[in-house]
Design a binder for this molecule. Structure first.
Ligand SMILES: [Zn+2]
Length: 466
């Protein structure tokens, strides 16, 4: 068994910051000891990683990715192979992707299809949520089996009528099932029926540019759907996790529900924290690069989202990584914003963007680790195997240089997409060495991983429920 010691770094978890050495045997952390102590000095190792002057953090857990997702007549441009490699480069060592149930098909069939796409191809560990597109008596029963085998969260959509959409009755039934079997319902909370009316009206009046995507997906239709989802969950007695919260008014609904003691959780994404409708309005169809749903909001919403992250009304920052190339994919929507495939790349950038928030004084270092790694691991039943550095945890560890600077760019990123949503943005901090279950997969600007190293992770149920 290979013994690795990471020496001299500042070990940061959601709970602690300690200068400590970390001993790894095989795939797991076996001990931490004060740097320079007799115990630590006594450790023999096959490999020593010098982390002095650097942070030693648990690898990122990105709980919202869509590798190879078929959408809008095309497919997300990152495969499980390219997407998990890019994740590793950026210090993310676990992704939770979304398997998709197609209308008229079983959950099982969808899950099997996603296993087939991922198996043998991933650079880092992966797990699945299940998208329920067709709530029926059969698929409700199937939820129980999936929970038992480690797929413990189910995403439903109040948006996208005719594709993923479920009506309130179906949503209620899925929530009741979740209340029973421990499954966590994840909600895309936007009123898609109303949005489709606004889309039709916009297109009919010649408003076809990307920026209208942001206008028709009205903030209040996110807030309304969020409110409705919370009330449905309350009626069902089930927990609720709202994905990609972008509007201040939607966040206010979550805050109010949490203040009432409900098991209601919220996620936001870097694009809502760092980008805005100004990007959607960029001239010459450039705005298409920023089309995602929920949409980017005017800048003042960012203030509310940062505040929500500080006050724990938002608990998780995931990417909703769903890249489409500008050329040939985003371009499908020239002259009709509703045909622009929805999604942004970001799996490689999340840890760095959130570290920049530490540099900027928006969040603490421990909160950085918490929202990017520890909480998503707990939320989706992966903790303490993932999300922390402690004896018994998987040795998913990032040696992070807080003083390195980098400029985010499509010219240097590793995601399989022809643009960066953060092109030219200078950030401080960089993953220098990345270990996935004890194996070094990135070191000093070299990729050392391989497809198939990443293993499927069966998950327990949400660890936050009271
Ligand atoms: Zn998504």
């Amino acid at each position: 068994m290979t013994r690795t010691v990471i020496r001299g770094g500042l070990v940061i978890t959601a709970a602690e910051e300690t200068v400590a050495d970390v001993l790894i045997e095989g795939e797991q952390v076996v001990a931490l000891a004060a740097g320079g102590s007799q115990v630590a000095e006594g450790w023999s190792a096959d490999r020593v990683i010098d982390a002095s002057g650097k942070y030693v953090i648990p690898g990122g857990v990105d709980a919202h990715t869509h590798m190879e997702l078929p959408f809008g007549g095309t497919s997300a441009s990152d495969t499980f192979e390219s997407g998990t490699r890019a994740a590793a480069w950026g210090g993310t060592t676990t992704i939770v992707d979304f398997a998709v149930q197609s209308v008229g098909r079983s959950l099982r069939e969808g899950l099997d299809a996603w296993h087939a796409k991922a198996e043998g191809n991933c650079a880092v560990d992966y797990a699945f949520h299940m998208i329920m597109s067709d709530v029926t008596g059969d698929s409700l029963k199937e939820m129980d089996f999936l929970v038992d085998e480690g797929v413990t969260s189910f995403k439903l959509f109040m948006a996208y009528p005719g594709v993923f959409y479920s009506d309130d009755g179906k949503i209620l039934r899925a929530m009741q099932q979740g209340a029973d079997n421990g499954g966590l319902v994840m909600m895309h909370a936007e009123n898609g029926i109303a949005i489709d009316v606004l889309v039709e009206q916009a297109l009919a009046s010649g408003r076809t540019d990307p920026r209208y995507h942001g206008q028709v997906r009205h903030e209040l239709l996110e807030a309304e759907a969020t409110h409705r989802a919370i009330r449905l969950a309350e009626v069902a007695g089930s927990p609720l996790y709202v994905v990609h919260v972008s509007a201040a008014s939607a966040l206010a609904e979550l805050t109010a529900a949490r203040d009432r003691g409900l098991n209601v959780f919220g996620e936001t994404c870097p694009q809502y924290l760092f980008l805005s409708t100004d990007n959607l309005a960029e001239p010459g169809f450039e705005g298409a690069k920023y089309v995602c749903s929920t949409p980017l909001r005017p800048q003042e919403h960012q203030v509310a989202l940062w505040r929500g992250l500080r006050t724990n009304d938002l608990q998780v920052v995931s990417t909703d990584h769903c890249p489409f190339c500008f050329s040939g994919q985003k371009e499908l929507g020239r002259g009709d914003f509703s045909k622009i495939p929805n999604g942004l790349p970001g799996v490689e950038n999340r840890m760095d963007l959130l570290h920049q928030a530490v540099v900027d004084g928006r969040i603490s270092r421990r909160r950085w680790v918490e929202i990017a790694s520890a909480t998503p691991a707990r939320m989706f039943g992966l903790y303490p195997r993932k999300g922390t550095i402690a004896p018994g945890a998987d040795a998913d560890i990032v040696v992070y240089d807080p003083d390195a600077t980098q400029t985010l760019s499509a010219a240097t990123h590793h995601m399989n997409v022809d643009y960066s949503a953060y092109e030219g943005l200078r950030v401080r901090g960089k993953a220098v060495t990345v270990l996935s279950r004890g194996t070094v997969v990135v070191d000093d600007d070299a990729y050392l991983g391989r497809p198939g190293h990443g293993r499927y992770q069966a998950r327990a149920t949400c660890q936050y429920l009271i």
